[in-house]
Design a protein around this ligand. Sequence first.
Ligand SMILES: N=c1c2ncn([C@@H]3O[C@H](COP(=O)(O)OP(=O)(O)OP(=O)(O)O)[C@@H](O)[C@H]3O)c2ncn1[C@@H]1O[C@H](COP(=O)(O)O)[C@@H](O)[C@H]1O
Length: 110
Amino acid sequence: MRSDVLAELAATLEQRKTAAADSSYVASLHAKGLNKILEKVGEESIETIIAAKDAVISGDKSDLIYETADLWFHTLVMLSHLDIGPEAILDELARRFNLSGLDEKANRNK
Ligand SMILES: N=c1c2ncn([C@@H]3O[C@H](COP(=O)(O)OP(=O)(O)OP(=O)(O)O)[C@@H](O)[C@H]3O)c2ncn1[C@@H]1O[C@H](COP(=O)(O)O)[C@@H](O)[C@H]1O
């Protein structure tokens, strides 16, 4: 598994928070603010859903992989804007290991 990719990207995203807006796409998103970043997350979510439907029809998953990468990237920018690193999400997923989604939901609704 390429967990090094997330760590390297997170370090770049952190560096871009103080970079000039005209020097970097990520810095330009931070300069435009949270609403613009959330707009991109929404756009990429929809493009990912459409790519998943298209993959079923065509049997070609390449667009779905591309769009999911765009979605993950923009959610990482969103988290970075709010001073949350990917390790917080990885820790939360790790916490859920061996916790059945059905059990978790049943306990939540008690
Ligand atoms: N992984 C990515 C990455 N994935 C997607 N994108 C950009 O995200 C944008 C996706 O937006 P769209 O597909 O909607 O394209 P668009 O029409 O150009 O976007 P808008 O003008 O509508 O905002 C494109 O500009 C992509 O190039 C990314 N830009 C940067 N990274 C990583 O972030 C690092 C820092 O990037 P810079 O800040 O640009 O140096 C890079 O080295 C990469 O590792």
